[in-house]
Design a protein around this ligand. Structure first.
Ligand code: HEC
Length: 162
């Protein structure tokens, strides 16, 4: 009985070593292929946006009272802390012509001043929202959240593909 058990363990061990080995073998060429500056810049940008979107979506669920959490302030602070990163996530090598799996429109790089104005509006709305969230007063929080949401749309409407 013990011997059978031992053999089963050994077999499982050999199997997992085999899977691990083939997994490692596959990582080599994949890692080389992914070593691409444009792809990484786009994916980083999308990850930053997804983080901001995650906090915004969490706040919306709390504000609609779908969940009972008293978490608005930390989400608001996370957005305000992350907002200045949005200045930096549009390097020249991250255009749709550099890496096609992006929803960022080429016009971002043709209208840098106008685009920066949308970022500035968002950063301001994020700061105002963090202040409102700190008040704990829903009568202040809700209009500030609305302003924040409009600052997202003001950019997405013109600079993000549908
Ligand atoms: C200054 C412009 C701008 C502002 C402000 C902005 N976004 Fe974005 N956002 C974009 C662009 C452009 C993309 C497409 C990025 C890409 O695909 O490379 C994007 C993508 C996204 C995505 C998809 C990310 C993914 O997984 O691909 C989410 C979610 C998002 N934004 C949420 C928000 C929210 C929420 C706000 C406001 C709180 C906001 N954004 C403010 C320009 C902006």
């Amino acid at each position: 009985m013990i011997k059978v058990f031992g053999a089963a363990v050994l077999t499982a061990g050999v199997l997992s070593v085999g899977v691990l080995a083939s997994g490692l073998w596959a990582v080599g060429p994949l890692a080389a292929e992914e070593n691409n500056e444009s792809k990484h810049a786009v994916e980083y940008r999308q990850a930053v946006m997804a983080a901001i979107g995650g906090h915004t979506g969490s706040i919306a669920r709390i504000a609609r009272q779908q969940v009972p959490y008293d978490h608005i302030l930390p989400h608001a602070e996370a957005i305000a802390t992350t907002a200045p990163l949005v200045d930096d996530i549009w390097p020249d090598h991250s255009k749709p012509t550099d890496y096609e799996r992006t929803d960022a429109l080429e016009s971002i790089w043709d209208e840098r001043d106008e685009f920066q104005a949308r970022i500035d509006r968002f950063k301001e709305a994020a700061d105002d929202f963090a202040v409102a969230a700190g008040s704990g007063d829903m009568a202040e929080i809700m209009p500030a959240f609305q302003q924040l949401g409009e600052s997202c749309s003001a950019c997405h409407d013109d600079y993000r593909a549908e």
